[in-house]
Write a protein that binds this ligand. Structure first.
Ligand code: ADP
Ligand code: MG
Length: 357
C-alpha cells in the first residue's frame, strides 16, 4: 500500500487506445502525447522491427521486398502478436521516458521504479488469447499494473455519457477497421456488436468505384484523401468535385479524372448503409426498458469515421433516433480509458479480466 502510494507519486499512468488505424497514448495529468498510425514496419526475414507509427506508415505500399509494413490490428483482431507487442512496448517505453526529460529531476533517478499503471482500450472482438497477449505485453513493456477495457465502454465514457447510471446510453464508434456499437447501463455493456465495416471499407469502395466508373487504378491513400476532402454520407451544402490521379487501366499510364461529390456519396452509401443496418439490428436487441432512454438521449458517435460529413443525419433518418456528434471523436477512447483508470470503482467493474488479473 505505502509502497504503491510512493510509486504513485512519481509514476505517470498511461491510457492507450490500440486502434485499428491509430494508436493514442495519454499520460494522466499531462494529456495526449502519442497520436500515430497503428503501423509497424519490419524486416521480412529477420523480423526485426524497423519502424513504428508515422515512419512505418510512410513505408506502406512502398516497401522493398525485404521490408514489410502493415497494420497489426487491421480487422479488430490482433493478426500479428509480435508486431502488436512491439507497438505497445515502443509506446509505453517512449512515453515513459518522455515523462522524464530532465536528467536532474527525481523522476529520472527513480526511472526504473515508478513504472506506470496502464489501461489499454482494445476492440471488443478481440479473443481471450489476444487479450491475454495484450495484457502480458503491457506488463512486459514496463507497466506496474495493466488493465484492459473494451473500446465501446471507453468511448462512451470519453464522450461523457453517464456510464455508471441506470440510464441506457448508446455509442457507435466508427474506426478504421471496425465499427463498435454498444448500449451501456450501470457500468456494464448491455448489448454490443463489433463489425468489420468502417473507414477502411469506405476507402475500398472508392477504389472500386473509380476503377469501374473511370477505369482508373488508385491506391488506399488516394482513396482516403478523396473521402476526407469530398466524402459525404448525406447531401449537405454545395456539391463539388476533385481531380484525382492514378493509373489508367486501359493504357497503363498515369491519368487524372474528375470525381464529383455525388458519385462518391453513391459509392460510400454501399458502406454507410451496411453500418446503419448493423445499428438497426443492435437497436432491435435493446431491452425495452432502455429503448426509451436511447430515444431521449440519442445515439452518440465516436471514432474517425463519424467525421464523414452527414453521417449523423443519415443515421438519424434511417433509425428514427436522435444522433449526437461528439467533440473530438477520435480521442474519445483514450480520454475515456484515462477517466476509468482514475475511477477505482468503475475500473473494478469494467476491467476485462477473463481470468487475467
Ligand atoms: P481506429 O480507432 O480504428 O484506430 P479511428 O477512430 O482513428 O480508427 O478512425 C480512423 C478512420 O477515420 C480512418 O478510416 C480515417 O480515414 C477516418 N477519418 C478520419 N477523419 C475523417 C473525416 N474527416 N471524414 C471521414 N473519415 C475520416
Ligand atoms: Mg477506435
Amino acid at each position: 500500500m505505502v509502497l504503491n502510494a510512493i510509486f504513485g507519486l512519481f509514476s505517470q499512468d498511461l491510457a492507450i487506445d490500440l486502434g485499428t488505424a491509430n494508436t493514442l497514448v495519454l499520460v494522466l495529468g499531462k494529456g495526449i502525447v502519442v497520436r500515430e498510425p497503428s503501423v509497424v514496419a519490419r524486416h521480412r526475414k529477420t523480423k526485426r522491427i524497423l519502424a513504428v507509427g508515422s515512419e512505418a506508415k510512410r513505408m506502406l505500399g512502398k516497401t522493398p521486398v525485404t521490408i514489410e509494413a502493415f497494420r497489426p490490428l487491421r480487422n479488430g483482431v490482433i493478426s500479428d502478436f509480435d508486431a502488436a507487442y512491439a507497438m505497445l512496448e515502443y509506446y509505453i517505453k517512449e512515453t515513459h521516458q518522455q515523462a522524464h526529460p530532465n536528467p536532474l529531476h527525481p523522476r529520472t533517478w527513480f526511472a526504473k521504479f515508478p513504472r506506470p499503471r496502464v489501461i489499454v482500450g482494445i476492440p471488443s472482438g478481440v479473443t481471450e488469447v489476444e487479450r491475454r497477449a495484450v495484457w502480458e505485453a503491457s506488463l512486459e513493456a514496463g507497466a506496474r499494473e495493466a488493465y484492459l477495457i473494451e473500446e465501446p465502454m471507453a468511448a462512451a465514457s470519453g464522450v461523457g455519457l453517464p456510464v455508471e447510471a441506470s440510464t441506457g446510453s448508446m455509442i457507435v464508434d466508427i474506426g478504421g477497421g471496425t465499427t463498435e456499437m454498444a448500449v451501456i447501463s450501470l457500468g456494464g455493456i448491455v448489448v454490443n456488436r463489433s463489425v468489420r465495416i468502417a473507414g477502411d471499407e469506405m476507402d475500398e469502395t472508392i477504389i472500386k468505384h473509380v476503377r469501374l466508373r473511370h477505369s482508373l487504378l488508385i491506391g488506399n491513400p488516394t482513396a482516403e484523401e478523396v473521402k476526407l476532402t469530398i466524402g459525404t454520407a448525406y447531401p449537405v451544402g454545395k456539391e463539388t468535385a476533385t481531380v484525382i490521379r492514378g493509373r489508367s487501366l486501359e493504357t497503363g499510364l498515369p491519368r487524372s479524372v474528375k470525381v464529383s461529390t455525388g458519385e462518391i456519396r453513391e459509392a460510400l452509401a454501399l458502406v454507410t448503409n451496411q453500418i446503419i443496418e448493423h445499428i438497426k439490428e443492435l437497436i432491435e436487441d435493446i431491452p425495452p426498458e432502455l429503448v426509451g432512454d436511447i430515444m431521449e438521449n440519442g445515439i452518440h458517435l465516436a471514432g474517425g469515421g463519424s467525421l464523414l460529413v452527414g453521417i449523423d443525419k443519415m443515421i438519424a433518418e434511417q433509425t428514427k433516433m436522435p444522433v449526437v456528434q461528439t467533440k473530438d471523436p477520435q480521442t474519445a477512447v483514450v480520454r475515456g480509458a484515462a477517466k476509468v483508470l482514475q475511477n477505482k470503482k468503475l475500473l473494478e467493474k469494467v476491467k476485462i479480466t477473463g481470468g487475467l488479473n
